[in-house]
Design a protein. Sequence first.
Length: 184
Amino acid sequence: MDRDRQELVRILKGAYSGELAAGLAYRGHWKSVRNAGERASIQKIEREEAVHRQRVGEILASLGARPLKLREAKMWMIGQTIGLSCHALGRFLPMYFAGRLESGNVVEYEDAASHARALGLLEFEADLLGMARVEKEHEMFFLSVVTGHRLLPLVRAIFKWGACDAEAPEAIEAESEPASQPTS
């Protein structure tokens, strides 16, 4: 049980700071996008990342843990740098790497939910699975944008993301329903 708590806190500390970087990166990303529909979608994703950061922070606090200041500073710099680079990298690469990053976030939140379930923290498990579903929606958006691009086969071969058979968000819900609370 101590291991589950340690792992949950470790994952959430990383996710909290990662959401900061993601939010900053997406702010720069949507500002670099010309297509109004894509811009609106990325703005929505930026807002959802902020919601995730807030909720992860609340969960951390309830577990008596806090984010790491050094990691926060590092992720702030990374997020700012990525956001600025979106203006120079064109359309495909920022979209591709955003999708690849979101794919990792899905796994991260699913892992955190598993540890929460092992600890009997069913409300946290449900919240974390909900975040995983939203991250999967983000991933699917970015995949839909890059699908068919001439560079995708090459970049997919190098970075191992971008398969057209990616699992839809509904599959996460069906596979990993939160454990039901025991009835008395």
